[in-house]
Design a protein around this ligand. Structure first.
Ligand SMILES: [Zn+2]
Length: 212
């Protein structure tokens, strides 16, 4: 059952207008759930969905997407943080332990900045941007209502994670993630996995494109 729902979602997502970096902001809805594909990943004989996300702030979808694709600050994007973790772990780079520190607060900055090679950190941020811009594309399901958006996002992630047919390729970068949830789920996600899948009514809502 879940496998069929996952296949339906893949079909719908693969039919939507695809966006590649650098994306045209005017062609992206102001509010919605974004669904990310990665080069080389196949699911249900189509491009496999590797991540789903949404935004909380009104009309902030584009700004959220830029935090992933463009803004060189891992502490504002869990997606960037996870790509960096996998890239560093893949080459057994000891900088991984510094990459983990969240430097958003002034206190954290004071505590860690002296110990962190900020030039190298910038270099990794550039590498992460390059990797994301080269390897990921996305589509958007427009959902203007915030509560509906967050609920559908969660259930969409659960639907994907519960599917037994979508598996990562042998070369998937995520297998190098130090996060076991990413390795096991085949998704760049650590939250909302294996919870409640979309029900038939919600699948029909996705199919009709009539979200709130
Ligand atoms: Zn699937």
């Amino acid at each position: 059952m879940t496998n069929e729902k996952c296949a339906t979602i893949h079909k719908l997502a693969n039919e939507l207008q695809r966006h590649y970096f650098p994306f045209d902001e005017s062609s992206i809805p102001k509010n919605g759930i974004y669904v990310i594909f990665q080069k080389g990943e196949v699911g249900h004989n189509q491009d496999r969905i590797v991540r789903v996300g949404a935004h909380t702030g009104k009309d902030q979808l584009c700004s959220r997407l830029k935090q992933h694709f463009l803004k060189q600050n891992k502490d504002r994007s869990i997606f960037r943080k996870n790509i960096g973790r996998a890239l560093l772990n893949q080459r057994k780079d000891p900088f991984l332990k510094h990459w983990e520190h969240d430097l958003t607060s002034r206190k954290a900055k004071e505590q860690y900045s002296g110990h962190i090679d900020s030039n190298y950190q910038k270099q990794i941020e550039m590498e992460v941007s390059q990797y994301i811009q080269d390897n990921f594309s996305f589509v958007v399901f427009e959902v203007n209502d915030k509560a509906e958006r967050l609920e559908l996002e969660s259930k969409l992630i659960s639907t994907l994670s519960l599917c037994t047919q979508c598996r990562p390729s042998k070369n998937w970068l995520g297998v190098y993630s130090p996060k076991i949830k990413i390795v096991e789920s085949g998704l760049w996600q650590v939250n909302e996995l294996y919870k409640t899948a979309l029900d038939d009514v919600e699948i029909a809502i996705f199919s009709s494109g009539r979200m709130g």
